[in-house]
Design a binder for this molecule. Structure first.
Ligand code: BGC
Length: 361
């Protein structure tokens, strides 16, 4: 079976009856949970390969889970409006059980990017297949009100770290999500105007504080480091398009600092499982190259992704050769067991990049 077919099969087989995508079915720390961030990119992958039903079910699940929390969101928004500082534990979580319940395990739970990424993926799916998944309006409006009110608040990043910082990749995800929500045409006039001014606020803040002297995006406001999650601010989120000097400089700097032999590190100080190269990040870099017309470079990243599959075709989260901090690997093996495999987000990104390059087998 080709890796495209195997990826579709793994994702379809593991999708829960609720519509949720588990991040990784057997990995100790992720088992039983679905992340909006992972799920949105997984849904984008299958939507591109014709699994309309699977993507619809995921989007309907997200809309239900988020829409059910409309009361909580409205309370949070009015508390913030009265000037109250809200503890991050009271914000919406970053992951839910497959049935859509907040988990009760401790987690780095306050992350805004997934809500934006979900809205972005929903719109991509709707545009591609010519219709909006039914019944999603309430969830879209709830997510948009939440992001509009809280986009400027520091939160954990894509890697669930540094809750005290404002992360540029998170801002890029929220920017894309709010643009998508407005474009879907289901917000009220007031919600739409507020979301539009939030989009402008994000773009202004990043233009003023999010770009280094070297002209590339920063990991967080105030840092000079890069992070591979910034790739998404160019393609697919378009906070800075590939043709813009900041977009081009960001992709070039991430590649210069973080890509090695076809694989891509998250950031230079990474120590998680020893800091290996992540399969899904090769997908983001390849996606950027494909959109910039650098087909051969994009194919190189696709080939590297495929070469990381286990004999049965499953893609891991990261690989253990060329580690940034090899002395830190064992502590994670002891704590959480072997690296998450299959990671559905890795398969989702393989599907996205294969589709960008017209690879179907
Ligand atoms: C990663 C997140 C991801 C989660 C589930 C974490 O280790 O840092 O980006 O969403 O795993 O895959």
């Amino acid at each position: 079976m080709s890796l495209v077919a195997h990826s579709l099969d793994v994702i379809k087989r593991l999708q829960a009856p609720s519509g949720a995508y588990p991040a990784s079915p057997t990995f100790s720390a992720y088992r039983g949970y679905s992340w909006l961030r992972d799920g949105a990119f997984i849904a984008e992958g299958v939507s591109r390969h014709g699994d309309v039903t699977g993507a619809d079910a995921f989007h309907a699940w997200c809309a239900r889970v988020v829409g059910d929390r409309a009361g909580q969101v409205d309370t949070l928004v009015s508390r913030a409006g009265r000037g109250e500082e809200i503890p991050s534990a009271e914000m919406l979580p970053t992951r839910f059980t497959l049935d859509g319940v907040d988990g009760d395990d401790d987690w780095w739970d306050f992350q805004l990017d997934g809500y934006g990424t979900w809205l972005w993926a929903l719109r991509e799916h709707a545009t591609r297949h010519g219709r909006l998944a039914p019944g999603v309006e309430k969830g879209v409006r709830t997510a948009a009100r939440y992001l509009t009110a809280f986009w400027h608040v520091p939160c954990y990043d894509w890697w669930e770290e540094h809750v005290e910082q404002r992360h540029v990749a998170t801002l890029g995800s929220v920017h894309a999500g709010l643009r998508a929500a407005v474009a879907l045409g289901v917000l009220s006039a007031t919600e739409s105007a507020a979301a539009t001014s939030a989009v402008e606020g994000i773009a202004d803040l990043v233009a003023r504080e999010g770009v280094t002297e070297g002209g590339f995006l920063r990991k967080w406001l105030g840092s000079d480091a890069v992070d591979a999650s910034l790739l998404a601010c160019v393609e697919p989120f378009g906070l800075y398009p590939a043709g813009h000097p900041v977009g081009a400089a960001t992709v070039a700097e991430v590649e210069r600092q973080l890509a090695r032999d076809g694989g891509v590190y998250r950031y230079l100080a990474d120590t998680f499982y020893g800091g290996g190269r992540w399969v899904l990040l090769a997908g983001f870099l390849g996606w950027n190259h494909a959109r910039a017309g650098r087909r051969d470079d994009a194919l190189r990243y696709l080939a590297w992704m495929a070469a990381q599959a286990t004999p049965s075709g499953d893609l891991p989260e990261q690989v253990p050769d060329l580690l940034l901090a090899p002395e830190r690997r064992q502590e994670w093996l002891d704590r959480w067991g072997p690296v998450a495999t299959p990671l559905l987000w890795s398969h989702g990104m393989y599907l996205v990049l294969a589709d960008e390059l017209g690879v179907t087998a």
